[in-house]
Write a protein of this length. Structure first.
Length: 311
């Protein structure tokens, strides 16, 4: 193929980013890759249901780089087709379409900068072989997500020394958006910081969640919960709420709140968030467990500690 390219490590990262950002739905991404590749066996082996888009793309491209003799021309085709993408109208009708289009366009521009027309096929194969030898024996299945999660955790730890609540709020907002994005939870652009409180929204398993986070010195109480419940009730019928209070909730506050409200809210504290950041449970699984427990028992504050040490 005359369009064969040499992929530097930076170009590999850019290629993964572009494929993650160019299509929002996994099915569209799969159709695109299917059209680029002659040898489609790797696509069938991906876990399209459970893995995040970023992991699917990362595992796929790593596997292709590890077998250049089989996948070199397919990898080249993907590179070529991504670099030639100019039409992102399929992202426009999504929520925050303009933001998603900008992300996709920037990824493609970055890839174009890094992909250099290759001169000598032999050199390219030697480079790929060399890179394989330098790569850890076998990338862990979720390496890309693990690294991203590690970064989010580091950012979160850095907030504990912050004495500026406003600054801390803005940083916590970014951390939560990054976490929602990592798990393909489609965070909405309505994220905003008011004092020590963050408002936002995301989706999980077809359910829309309003999100609120508070990082104040005292525990969140009945008044905080009532204000949040009011926002949820103003939305569509099946909207739920996730309230994160880094310093937890007052038991009497929860009790008073539940007397007057149906349990359309689930509660999460700093210890729960830490369990997700340290990979003791995924953020999505934690939320699903909390939601199931709330709907079965009416208890809206099932903690990770209770999940991991059931009495």
């Amino acid at each position: 193929n005359s369009m064969n390219k040499t992929l530097s490590p930076a170009a590999v990262v850019a290629l993964k980013d572009a494929n993650t950002n160019n299509y929002w739905r996994k099915n569209d991404l799969r159709s695109f890759l299917n059209a680029c590749m002659k040898n489609n066996s790797l696509l069938a082996g991906c876990d399209w249901i459970n893995d995040t888009k970023r992991d699917i793309v990362s595992n796929l491209i790593d596997a292709m780089l590890n077998s250049p003799e089989t996948y070199l021309s397919d990898l080249t085709n993907i590179c070529y087709d991504v670099c030639n993408m100019t039409d992102f109208t399929h992202l426009r009708q999504l929520e925050d379409g303009a933001i998603k289009i900008k992300k996709a366009t920037d990824s493609v521009t970055q890839l174009k900068k890094l992909v250099t027309p290759h001169k000598d096929k032999k050199t390219e194969e030697e480079l790929i072989k060399k890179r394989q030898e330098n790569t850890e024996q076998k990338r862990k299945k979720t390496q890309a997500s693990r690294e991203k999660l590690e970064q989010i955790k580091t950012d979160y730890f850095s907030l504990f020394v912050s004495d500026n609540p406003q600054k801390r709020g803005f940083k916590l907002e970014k951390i939560m958006r990054d976490l929602f994005e990592l798990y393909d939870l489609d965070p909405k652009a309505s994220f905003k910081v008011v004092g020590e409180q963050i408002d936002g929204a995301f989706s999980l398993n077809g359910t829309d969640y309003l999100f609120e986070a508070k990082w104040q010195n005292n525990m969140a109480d009945n008044a905080d919960l009532l204000v949040f419940a009011g926002k949820i009730h103003a939305k569509l019928q099946n909207t739920l709420g996730l309230f994160l209070s880094i310093n937890g909730f007052s038991p009497t506050g929860i009790e008073a709140f539940l007397k007057s409200n149906r349990s359309s809210v689930v509660l999460m504290d700093g210890e729960d968030l830490m369990a997700a950041l340290e990979e003791r449970i995924t953020f999505s699984d934690l939320l699903v467990r909390k939601k199931q427990h709330a709907s079965q028992t009416g208890n809206i504050y099932l903690t990770y500690r209770q999940i991991s040490n059931p009495k």
